[in-house]
Design a protein around this ligand. Structure first.
Ligand SMILES: [Mg+2]
Length: 341
């Protein structure tokens, strides 16, 4: 079972405080207080679903375990999204998966029958991390070292930055490190950007940690420590947050955290979504299957939140959820948002 206690996984109280300051920068000095909105748990039925739908303008869906499992749409999703669109609701997708570009996500959704999806409807952690470079004032003259896959590299390139690392460093080893360090001009490197990398290796760890240790900022797509392969097995696999901790630890950071975070549950990501949709948080619903990423993301920003049981987490996780991890609504799946015919 997936356990919904993300903060404690990062270690000491100081690490937790530093991470919360990264995610909630505007609230970090005031302290995080989560009160009433998360104390209510509501089973969504068709009546309350219609009430929820009529009270908002935009739905933001996580993808894996919410819209699709493996290569298939979850039952009822196509009709539900079609019904929401015909009711005039805006539909968007927000994913922490940084391995695919937004264009690849669009192509995948279209191949599943959602032919109306455009890139503007998709927000991903790779794009969010790439946008951090601009919001943090990293010059376009600088090169960005990427620990991640082609999807993240493409998102960084698309913002106008030169890149190094990524898939090109797959297959390299310790033997390649000394010559690489000789070639590095620290003044030309603007930052290290890190996402999920299935081909993470010693070389990438050595280069990224050298850069961070020597003053390059470290930006992260997201910090999920694990992901589950829904529908394949009950196993869990290390996610981007685990790679982040390896790079930050090897860089000598205590606690091992990044300088900024791109994806869910960061408020900066929520702000990108809000600005793009032109819709206040109070008129948005975040729909997700992870209490510790999706629901916390939506609650922290001030959206309404709907937890669906079609993905990674269960009712047992809901029972143990506290504070910002408690959703406003619970449903078996997105299908409940479809109108009865
Ligand atoms: Mg998910």
């Amino acid at each position: 079972m997936v356990k919904a206690v993300p903060w404690r996984s990062f270690g000491s109280n100081r690490a937790v405080r530093v991470l919360k300051a990264l995610i909630y920068p505007r609230r970090s000095n005031a302290g995080i207080s989560f009160s009433l909105p998360w104390s209510k748990r509501r089973e969504l039925d068709s009546q309350s679903a219609q009430k929820l739908i009529s009270s908002v303008e935009a739905f933001v869906f996580d993808l894996d375990g919410v819209i699709w499992i493996g290569d298939s749409l979850i039952d009822g999703v196509k009709k539900a999204l079609s019904d929401l669109r015909s009711a005039g609701k805006s539909i968007s997708f927000a994913t922490n998966n940084s391995m695919r570009t937004r264009a690849q996500v669009v192509a995948r959704l279209k191949s599943m029958g959602l032919d109306w999806v455009q890139e503007a409807n998709v927000f991903n952690a790779g794009n969010a991390a790439a946008r951090l470079l601009e919001s943090k004032g990293i010059s376009k003259d600088k090169e960005i070292y990427v620990v991640g896959e082609a999807g993240l590299l493409d998102e960084v390139s698309a913002r106008g930055y030169r890149t190094s690392g990524g898939p090109a460093d797959t297959g390299k080893s310790l033997d390649d490190v000394p010559a690489a360090l000789e070639r590095i001009d620290l003044d030309s490197i603007g930052a290290v950007v890190r996402g999920l990398d299935q081909h993470f290796n010693y070389y990438k760890l050595a280069i990224a940690s050298y850069l961070v240790r020597n003053g390059c900022p470290l930006y992260a797509s997201n910090m999920d420590l694990y992901f589950g392969k829904i529908g394949v097995s009950k196993q869990q696999f290390p996610a981007a947050g685990s790679i982040l901790m390896a790079v930050a630890s090897a860089s000598g950071r205590q606690p091992p955290v990044p300088d900024a975070l791109g994806g869910k549950p960061s408020l900066e990501f929520a702000n990108q979504v809000r600005q793009s949709l032109g819709c206040p948080y109070g008129k948005m619903v975040m729909v997700g299957d992870r209490l510790d990423m999706d629901i916390e993301f939506g609650n922290s920003a001030g959206m309404q939140t709907l937890f669906v049981l079609s993905g990674e987490m269960t009712r047992a996780d809901l029972q143990s959820a506290r504070g910002p991890l408690v959703p406003d609504y619970v449903a078996e799946s997105v299908a409940l948002l479809g109108f009865e015919s």
